[in-house]
Write a protein that binds this ligand. Sequence first.
Ligand code: 2AM
Ligand code: CA
Length: 274
Amino acid sequence: MKYTRELEIVKKAAIEASKVITEYAERTSFTVELKGKNDLITDADVASENKIIKIITEAFPEDAILAEESSQKTELPQGRVWIIDPIDGTTNFAHGFPAYCVSIALWEQKSPKVALVLEVARQELFTAVEGEGAYLNGTSIHVSENKDPSASLIGTGFPYRDLHLVDDYLKLFKRLMEKTHGVRRPGTAAWDLCNVACGRFEGFYEYGLSAWDVAAGSLIIKEAGGIVTDWKDESDWLFGKRIIAGNRAVHSFLKNEISECFNEADVKNEKISE
Ligand code: 2AM
Ligand code: CA
């Protein structure tokens, strides 16, 4: 198996970070600050990120880091890059709502090679290595085989910063309420993607997400047999700020529904701001 040591180190980093996050959650004495509009950061995010970066850089000192709370964020550094979200679902964490993750991916030569998402409250550990399948707590997982959109459960995230597409988003939301078993909004994109990977959701879509929210979950879905694209059905999902994921049939259904509800320019390249 390739990347054995990387997987071992990333598991160690995530488990240590999860202990840090749980200590803060149990103390309930963390500070909450605003980085921007509706954009929270707690001292647990910073402590988790410091712990992960320390463990990864000690093991792989040559590798670059792209981490939510401490890096320059608009493009990937050269070479091997660890893409880190120390808490995905900070708003949930800050309110004591139990759905928040550590998300870490190793990016190399244009794609993620190793991925880990640890949902801290449930201790669900999702892992994948390119070409080696996807696992939940060590058991192999696969996307749902249900091809029927009308019997599917769909995950999404609500827009929270750049709200200029909200009317179209709500149009899509209404159509999906009518056409599927339902729509869920857990509030942590990394875990949403893993819920597609293990077959709980048939599909997922969102706009406005950042690279560290989606890097790991996307490899986990692909290794579980699913599809991940941007809204143009192309591969710019890491920095493109628009993502669709699912089994093949429901991915295609969501792609068509999105093109029915959003202008072509918004599907393609209209800017979505930070
Ligand atoms: P974060 O907790 O790492 O910021 C939910 O739709 C997704 O969007 C989460 O992955 C969350 O990641 C991201 N997000 C960023 N800012 C957000 C906010 N203010 N409210 C909700 N989600 C936010
Ligand atoms: Ca985060």
